[in-house]
Design a protein around this ligand. Structure first.
Ligand SMILES: *Cc1c(COP(=O)(O)O)cnc(C)c1O
Length: 358
């Protein structure tokens, strides 16, 4: 009987990247595979996409080095940049491009004596106010980096949206305009759009787009789901029933006895819990998919198990497959019950989960 298992449909991954490619005819496509490819497995995802993606984006040097160690030769971009002077040697040796978002990174580049210059992307803070040079400091950063022997020319430019998932948010238009004007006379490549920019904001595509979540078939928007956008869900999170039990009216279920049986029913126990990354915060009523229908979680999610109400007429059996999310039950819908986003559910899977690539 299988316990928590993530089935990964690599054909769906290829379908999704081809669909995004059609939406961005004039831009390069760098696929974001940070955080273990949003929980889908970084190396298998990189292998599946290596002939489709112009490059890959990761957040940490460790992730980039793992890709190189396993023979991935596509261009790589370190989205948060490097942390120490010693990191620069790794970037050079393994041909990893890097974001430069702050003065201390700039100073490390000025002090470095590298044999060859690095490709860098200057991060501009156009309004999200998380990372990047503020507009008034951009001119000086460009001048200093242009003069730096460890930096290849031309310089490339990158920024990130704060609210691009909202159709009418004026901040996005302000960010596009500011990014355009700050980079107007620059020769290098320019990149602004992540998934939501690919779908909603054609004038944010510039030279390179950086989709992440949509590649996995998940919508970047707060409403709806990936299938409504033409995407295919890549992950089917499954487990199985390890017990089917009678429960009598009035009995209270699980840790803390937080749910009371209203009418005599059958309960199913599913072999997945927060030890696998299924959130403990999932409230009563969060759906799972079983034998062609949704059934609700009842009681608290435990470390290794959760309990569902199968109903008095249940014909479910021990060993039946349970889908926590996947094509019949969008991860976005599950996430809304729990008060989070699909990104977090897929990314939070733990090392106990088994992965099967189809
Ligand atoms: C994670 C990330 C992306 C991808 O965002 P999605 O919403 O998953 O498409 C793009 N750019 C940067 C800088 C990121 O950190």
């Amino acid at each position: 009987m299988k316990a928590a298992t993530a089935l990964i449909d690599t054909d769906a991954l290829c379908h999704n990247i081809e669909m995004i490619r059609k939406m961005i005819p004039n831009a390069r496509l760098w696929a974001m595979i940070k955080a273990n490819a949003y929980g889908h497995g970084m190396l298998p995802v990189a292998n599946a996409l290596s002939s489709y993606a112009d490059g890959f984006g990761v957040a940490r040097l460790k992730e980039a080095l793992a890709l190189r160690a396993h023979g991935i030769s596509n261009p790589l971009l370190l989205l948060e940049g490097f942390c120490t002077q010693a990191d620069l040697q790794h970037l050079l040796e393994h041909k990893i491009e890097t974001v430069v978002h702050c003065l201390s990174q700039l100073e490390m580049l000025e002090q470095a004596q590298l044999e060859k210059p690095l490709n860098i992307w200057i991060k501009l803070d156009t309004g999200m106010h998380r990372l990047g040079f503020r507009p008034e400091n951009v001119e000086e950063a460009i001048a200093r980096l242009s003069a730096c022997s460890s930096v290849a020319s031309p310089l490339n430019f990158i920024s990130h949206f704060g609210c691009a998932d909202e159709k009418n948010n004026p901040l996005t238009i302000e960010q596009i305009n500011l990014f355009s004007s700050l980079t107007e006379n620059q020769k290098g490549l320019k990149s602004l759009a992540a998934s939501s920019g690919c779908f909603l904001w054609p004038n944010s595509h510039f030279d390179m787009v950086r989709p992440g979540i949509c590649l996995y078939g998940i919508s970047p928007f707060s409403n709806g789901c990936g299938a409504e956008l033409g995407l295919k869900a890549v992950m089917t999170m499954t487990s199985s029933l390890i017990a089917v039990r009678e429960a009598k009216k009035g009995e209270r279920i699980g840790y803390g006895a937080t749910w009371t049986v209203k009418e005599n029913t059958f309960l199913g126990v599913v072999a997945i819990g927060y030890g696998d990354g299924y959130p403990r915060m999932a409230p009563n009523g969060t759906p799972v998919w079983l034998n062609g229908r949704k059934v609700p979680i009842v009681g608290r999610v435990a470390m290794d198990m959760l309990t569902v109400d199968l109903g008095a007429l249940s014909t479910d059996s021990l060993g039946d497959e349970v889908i926590l999310w996947g094509p019949p039950l969008p991860v976005e819908e599950v996430a809304r019950h729990i008060g989070t986003i699909g990104y977090e559910l897929v990314t939070n899977l733990t090392s106990r989960v088994e992965y099967v690539y189809l």
